[in-house]
Write a protein of this length. Structure first.
Length: 314
């Protein structure tokens, strides 16, 4: 494994398997003075020598995901493959019911229903504005290999601000079949879209932009943002999903689960199927926050942070 550091950002990809990568043969290496990528499935992003997160991808996985996702003071806000739900993958995109195929439950999907979000290309870009972009192109394949959706995920790490890390997702989902139904079950499942299996945090608090508190006050309630705060090793920690005002579902009805786990999702078709005809594209944008302790004597102003996100959108 080799690591290349370059201020302010650097990227590392480690070799974790024997075999070919989905777009490069074994032994393939691409690098410059800012990053190196070799054959397989981990992209590590750094800022000034500190790891911000790891992106896991590749044909061996049912869906790509981030874990860990760090706050600047080294609190991890994600949980990968816990024993209670091994298909919960840190920070990821997934849907349990797309035209009858499950792009969420992985190995515990019903027979014949297991889908795979198969990456066909990964690019890492490091613009001069101190951001780092991971761009994944993928195909949502049924167990038989039919392609229902073609996706593009553009994940962008912004430079940390104090003890606050920001990660943007600009996602485009294009129907590849004649008709694609997100939420195809008779009763569409509420957990889907951009999801976070959290922490875990001690003393977790769920709250949203509309003043909702706890599962009852936040689940299925339209909001501009949803946050979970708590403690990790005795220190404050927070994560949040900010919903773009450009999303057709805005303000979205977030999903919350606080019984035996800590889990939230953006749920853009909460309770209502989303139907795309072949060639139609559904664009969704979000910002994910990972924050440690706020400046002394202050709290994180999530309304202000949402306004900053909304103003940055193109």
């Amino acid at each position: 494994m080799k690591t290349f550091f370059h201020r302010p950002f650097s990227i590392l990809v480690s070799v974790l398997a024997i075999g070919s990568f989905f777009f490069a043969p074994l032994g393939y290496t691409q690098s410059n003075d800012r990053y190196q990528r070799e054959t397989r499935e981990q992209i590590k992003v750094f800022y000034q020598g500190n790891e911000l997160g790891i992106y896991h991808t590749g044909p061996a996985l049912d869906k790509s995901y981030f874990h860990p996702l760090w706050t600047p003071d080294r609190r991890n806000v994600t949980y990968d493959a816990p024993a209670d739900h091994i298909h919960h993958r840190g920070l990821c995109v997934g849907w349990p019911d797309v035209s009858g195929t499950d792009f969420w439950a992985e190995i515990i999907s019903k027979p014949g229903k297991r889908g795979k979000i198969y990456p066909t290309d990964i690019k890492v870009e490091t613009p001069k504005n101190d951001t780092t972009c991971i761009i994944e192109t993928n195909e949502w394949r049924t167990e038989k290999g039919d392609v229902l959706v073609k996706g593009i995920y553009n994940w962008t790490f912004l430079p940390p601000v104090g003890n606050l890390q920001r990660l943007d997702l600009d996602m485009q989902l294009t129907a590849a079949a004649e008709k694609v139904i997100f939420g195809s079950d008779p009763t569409p499942r509420e957990y889907h879209g951009l999801t976070i299996r959290i922490g875990p945090f001690q003393e977790p608090r769920y709250f949203n932009s509309e003043g909702g508190e706890g599962k009852e006050g936040c689940k299925g309630k339209p909001a501009k943002w949803l946050a979970v705060s708590g403690l990790q090793h005795g220190q404050p920690v927070l994560t949040a999903i900010l919903d773009s005002p450009k999303n057709d579902c805005h303000p979205t009805k977030f999903y919350v689960q606080d019984q035996g786990m800590q889990f939230i999702s953006s749920s853009p078709n909460y309770g209502t199927p989303k139907i795309l005809k072949k060639g139609e594209t559904w664009r969704l944008q979000y910002r994910v926050l990972a924050a440690g302790a706020a400046p002394e004597g202050q709290q994180w102003n999530l309304d202000k942070l949402w306004n900053e996100f909304a103003a940055s959108l193109k």
